[in-house]
Write a new protein. Structure first.
Length: 760
């Protein structure tokens, strides 16, 4: 069968200028979007304009949870405008709504209607969704046909999930030999242990149904032996135990541990230790981890001590030392004991490659227990004992901070100067200059302080420490913002200037057209991304756009075209990366990119979501440039992004925090955690949370940012140490991620101030 191909469609026709109603929908202001689309419908002059307005209205109602009203509008669209391009999208959305309502027969029919009107661009996705609806109906032959058809369409990315659905459908049809062969093929091709564990488990289920228990047990036992962290391995363990099959106690314990079943894990590990002729060393190590997870820190420490004594050459030996120290600090509240534990390690194994790391940690534990002299001495000992280690410069810097806190400024400066000699990066050197200058200022030596800062300000332009010294030289407080913001430059004029620069820099022919997508318009991924974007399937759209961006990353002209197209569309994150691709190809570093044609920096540091940002900044007394800087750091202006920790939306709000804020604000109505993906909600919640933390932490913006990223209790503790000194506050923040977060926002804020401040 020939591979289906999409019908060519002009990109300009697919991407009209964003209307006010479309912007409201993009912002997540669903009520306003619905009203504006209804007005647009009343004013529409053509059939397609009416259809587009009805689709927008229906999608806004659907996003707002008004399902029945959305159904009514979308049905009106399909009845009144059956041939409009918007009608295919309407049928797809009807399929999604029917599926969510459990009306699967109507869902399959709606997807079918959408397919009849689609141009082949995202038919694979529509077919897969139709297949899912057929599965829910129990119509497995129809589902298989839909999945197989979807597989024939070209699409970037991993097709393994679709392949697994096809294999599962064959199994549901009783075609077990085919299903087994498909699962085995997926297993053989996959380098992903989680996929391998899943296909093994499914094969075991089939063999069990075929009354071939030995084959089933072999698949499940392979999971237990090789993939203990996979969820399907836990299911394999349960299946084996239910079948009365023997399972190695240690393996059982590890699988239960990774599945969070700590009680049964401990029982299995203890049984292994009690019954095995030679208990495995890892049994004693994991016994400690399991006891810690069960809230028994003292017993965990005893288990690790036993492990250390019996197995000094085992692979978890260093981990056990660190686990003991961590448990003494985090669970028992005794960082002093943790420091002693880590020092014992360096005494017993001074030549171990990780000895410098653990000695550094010992100093940190002394600092946490407020034994500052001991901390400084330990850090200086590290530099003296391991002068060639990567930690040497950092340990001297940390010693300098301790002496600074103790107001021993001469000794602090000596440590900072020694750290400067060892500092390898421009950032490390700039940091040392900043603190050397601060010791001079504390001693009343203002001229020397300004001289060292003047040197340091040029070491790492746009880097945090050089920018901070620049502000100190100007006597400008951190995050000092202008009273007014310059309007953004004329984007069209800026683009024309950038096009001319591009032709000259990369020696492009004079007649090269950079004003449109050009050759990108022939790329299926641009069409697919746009189709997904119009349906509100932003993550799938981003996947298509990112695939295209990576493919053209070495092509300055196409990277430029893509950046411009995606900026107009609102796919800001990928647009920012594409714009930076061009500057990278021109050989520009962070500092020199700021002198590139302004168009590139209007994309990279754009004033996106301006109405929302300015309104919420005013509501919560935050400068708009500060709020833009935070949003850029959090999400690069991608409203649908989700972090590994579960934070969501433009301002990366964790659902539990979002629930608290919604309760305090009594807004939005009928709040649920999906509202965090609405820019309208995310920006208000983020601005409120920043403002609340700033007010709670004596007006300190560094502390407010630390609370936003690392938690309010941590921020309060760090503020107690640092007092009114923002530079000291940054350095006593003990979470690397939070330090990087504050520094990153400071750097971005200063760039925004350069571009949008009349004072700069």
């Amino acid at each position: 069968q020939a591979t289906p191909s999409p019908t060519a469609t002009a990109i300009s026709a697919l991407a009209p200028p964003v209307s006010t109603a479309e912007q409201a929908l993009f912002y997540g202001d669903y009520d306003r979007a619905h009203r504006l689309f209804r007005q647009a419908y009343q004013q529409a002059q053509t059939e397609n304009e009416k259809a587009d307005a009805l689709f927008g209205s229906g999608r806004a109602l659907h996003e707002d949870g008004q399902t029945l009203a959305a159904l009514q509008i979308l049905r009106q669209l399909t009845a009144e405008h059956p041939q409009s391009p918007a009608t295919a999208r309407a049928w797809f959305l009807l399929g999604e709504i029917y599926y969510d309502l459990g009306r699967y027969q109507e869902s399959t029919q709606a997807y079918g209607q959408s397919l009849a009107l689609q141009n082949g661009v995202i038919d694979d996705y529509v077919l897969e969704r139709q297949g899912d609806a057929f599965i829910a109906l129990g119509q497995y032959l129809n589902a298989l046909d839909a999945y197989r058809s979807a597989q024939q369409f070209p699409a970037p990315g991993d097709r393994t999930p679709l392949e697994i659905k096809i294999a599962q459908t064959h199994a549901l049809l009783g075609e077990y030999a085919t299903a087994l062969a498909l699962y085995q093929d997926i297993y053989n091709r996959s380098g992903n242990n989680l996929i391998r564990a899943r296909t093994n488990y499914y094969q075991g289920e089939i063999y069990h149904l075929l009354n071939e228990p030995e084959n089933a047990y072999a698949r499940w036992q392979e999971n237990i032996a090789n993939y203990p962290q996979a969820y399907e391995t836990y299911l394999s363990l349960v299946a084996l135990l239910e079948a009365g099959q023997p399972v190695d106690n240690l393996q059982r314990g590890l699988i239960d541990y990774y599945a969070g079943q700590y009680g049964v894990a401990l029982s299995a590990i203890d049984q292994h230790i009690a019954t095995a002729a030679e208990p495995a060393p890892e049994a004693f190590y994991y016994r400690g981890l399991t006891l810690q997870a069960l809230g028994k820190p003292e017993e965990a420490i005893l288990a690790w001590e036993t492990y250390l004594a019996r197995f000094p050459e085992h692979r978890f030996w260093v981990d056990a030392w660190e686990d003991i120290a961590y448990t003494q600090w985090a669970y028992l509240g005794r960082p002093d004991l943790a420091a002693q534990t880590l020092l014992r390690f360096t005494t017993q194994a001074p030549a171990h490659p990780q000895a410098p790391d653990l000695l550094f940690q010992a100093a940190r534990m002394y600092e946490r227990s407020d034994q500052l002299e001991e901390a400084a001495q330990t850090w200086e000992k590290l530099a003296a004992t391991y002068p060639a280690s990567a930690q040497s410069s950092e340990s001297l810097f940390q010693a300098g901070l301790i002496y600074y806190r103790l107001e021993n400024f001469a000794q602090a400066r000596d440590a900072f100067e020694r750290a400067l000699l060892l500092g390898g990066t421009h950032s490390q050197q700039a940091r040392a200059h900043l603190w050397i200058g601060k010791t001079y200022r504390q001693q009343g030596k203002e001229e020397q302080a300004r001289a060292i800062w003047l040197q340091g300000a040029s070491l790492d332009p746009t880097g945090y420490y050089s920018e901070r010294m620049r502000d100190l030289l100007l006597e400008r407080p951190p995050f000092s913002a202008p009273q007014t913001i310059l309007p953004a430059a004329d984007l069209d004029a800026a683009r024309r200037e950038a096009e001319a620069w591009l032709r000259l820099t990369f020696d492009l022919p004079a007649d090269t057209d950079l004003s449109s997508p050009g050759p990108l318009a022939a790329d299926l991924r641009l069409h697919r991304g746009l189709a997904f974007w119009q349906l509100g399937l932003y993550e799938r759209a981003r996947s298509e756009f990112e695939s295209l961006r990576l493919d053209v990353a070495s092509d300055p002209a196409n990277s430029f075209r893509l950046a411009a197209f995606l900026t107009d569309l609102g796919a800001y994150r990928t647009a920012i990366f594409a714009a930076r691709n061009v500057l990278d190809l021109a050989g520009m570093d962070d500092a020199t990119t700021l002198s590139a044609p302004v168009y590139f920096n209007l994309i990279r540091f754009g004033l996106y979501y301006p109405e929302l940002v300015q309104e919420e900044a005013a509501r919560y007394d935050l400068h708009p440039l500060f709020l833009w800087s935070v949003i850029r750091q959090e999400s690069l202006f991608e409203g649908f992004v989700r972090s590994n920790a579960g934070a969501r939306g433009l301002m990366q709000i964790i659902p539990s925090t979002g629930q608290q804020i919604a309760s305090l604000l009594n807004w939005p109505p009928n709040y649920d955690e999906t509202d965090l993906y609405r820019p309208l909600v995310s920006i208000r919640f983020g601005a409120y949370y920043l403002s609340a933390n700033r007010n709670r932490l004596d007006g300190h913006l560094y502390a407010a940012l630390a609370a936003y990223n690392g938690g309010p209790l941590n921020a309060a503790a760090w503020l107690d140490i640092a007092g009114d000194d923002p530079d000291l506050f940054l350095e006593v923040v003990r979470l690397q991620e939070t330090r990087n977060y504050i520094r990153g926002i400071y750097e971005v804020f200063n760039i925004y101030r350069r571009f949008y401040s009349p004072a700069e």
